[in-house]
Design a binder for this molecule. Sequence first.
Ligand code: NDP
Ligand code: OXD
Length: 306
Amino acid sequence: MNITFCCTNTDPEPWLAGLRAALPQAEVAVWQPGATPADYAVVWQPPQQFFDEQTQLKGIFNIGAGVDALLSLRLPPQAVVVRLEDAGMAVQMAEYVCQAVIRHFRDLEAYAADVRAGHWTYYEPRQRSDFAVGVMGLGVLGARVAQALAHFEFPVNGWSRTPKLLDGVRGFNGAAQLDAFLASSRVLVNLLPLTPDTTNILNRERLSRLQPGGYVINVARGAHLVDEDLLALLDSGHLAGATLDVFRTEPLPPAHPFWRHPNITITPHTSARTLRETSIAQIAGKLAALERGELVAGMVDVGLGY
Ligand code: NDP
Ligand code: OXD
């Protein structure tokens, strides 16, 4: 069996060593233009030329959870597309989102600024019951985040395409319940996949439906958010702030207003990193199962886009 590796911005050597150790029967090599056709591919944002040449793939393993970049390419139609499921990302996402919610809820940014200025000040505690957090997307990552927030006793709403039952989470589903979900939430966490249905979903009309003093946390994809609509709602005072980990263009261009906005915290697409060892173990297990003719979890529905 041959595995070809084509991952942009990734040092290939530790991946090759890990894949060879986990799958000793496989030939594993970095893809070069003109390479002989392989059986499986391990990819992150490969060029179209890769799939134009690798036409005989049985399976494509994406070393991330989101497959939007991959599905924008023409893929060999017979190949199954398998994404990472959790692989250590869910706990990282829960950490990141909880710290963003808590930092805002507890005014920790303002306290840090006061302390830097030598001031010993107090702010009026916020009411937890007024601080409902809405999580868009209740998949592998969103469900973990929603449950972590529920442990801190925030009221938690969740929105998904199909109905979901999660302890401590008030469930909403489908386009018909989106407005009610937004109107019930003050903080909005986005963990949707980027698909034709969800592109630009965080626009002025939707964000205006959040409760006054709303706060936006986008950890999914930059193209979910209409940047200028967020800025306008921050300027109008309807929204209090945002924490953004993902952007339409990454790295975020130096002139972009998000860099300097006083109420926006940005991080460089780092809320949940791919962990190499865990990911290799997951990929190797699924690849072996596919070879035995079994179905595996995490197979992408190309029609739905996630
Ligand atoms: P999943 O596929 O497990 O979950 C997706 C969720 O979104 C599901 O609950 C699904 O509903 C819901 N959904 C999809 N389409 C719609 C729709 N049209 N309307 C309402 N709900 C919808 O994905 P993951 O949780 O694994 O990952 C989510 C995203 O997080 C990734 O696609 C990626 O973009 C982003 N990500 C970001 C990272 C970062 O570092 N910033 C790291 C990893 C991922 P249903 O349950 O009904 O199918
Ligand atoms: C992912 C990501 O989708 O890192 O895994 O954004």
